[in-house]
Write a protein that binds this ligand. Structure first.
Ligand code: DQA
Length: 144
């Protein structure tokens, strides 16, 4: 049976391409999805790729990944990374391993981005590599 990896993206990532390109680059979330799907085909994984601006959607999708027996979740929780105990609790509540992803390196940015609730529950973090970080994270998920 082919395994599925959920790739979940949080608030404002729908605006990639035009959003602060000096930080996030010029590629859209659709471009990133295409990169991820290419790598998924190569390593024989199915991908469920989603974005929401709403914290509860991300919580619900983490539960769904668990219910459906996903192999892993790649989670770019965007700003909720730094605020959401609900996401941390969801990550800890599910059996599916979560890999944290960020385009930028939040550790090298404003101090309020240095705390990651997601990291407290995630098995690994890939950050500061731009869109390629999603591909690296998918390779890590494939190896789990
Ligand atoms: C981000 C980093 C977060 O600090 C920020 O709030 C984002 C994007 C990244 O991918 O670099 O929205 O998760």
């Amino acid at each position: 049976m082919t395994e599925t990896v959920f790739v979940l993206n949080g608030p404002n990532l729908n605006l990639l391409g035009t959003r602060e390109p000096e930080i996030y680059g010029s590629r859209t979330l659709g471009d990133i999805e295409a990169l991820v799907r290419e790598k998924a085909d190569e390593v024989g994984l199915l991908v469920e790729f989603r974005q929401s601006n709403h914290e509860g959607d991300l919580v619900d999708w983490l539960h769904e990944a668990h219910r459906k027996g996903a192999k892993a979740v790649l989670l770019n929780a965007a700003a909720y990374t730094h605020t959401s105990i609900a996401l941390l609790d969801a990550i800890k509540a599910i059996a599916v391993p979560v890999i944290e992803v960020h385009l930028s390196d939040p550790g090298k940015r404003e101090p309020f981005r240095h705390l990651s609730y997601v990291a407290m529950g995630a098995v690994d973090t890939v950050q500061g590599m731009g869109p390629q970080g999603y591909v690296v994270a998918l390779e890590k998920a494939a190896a789990l």
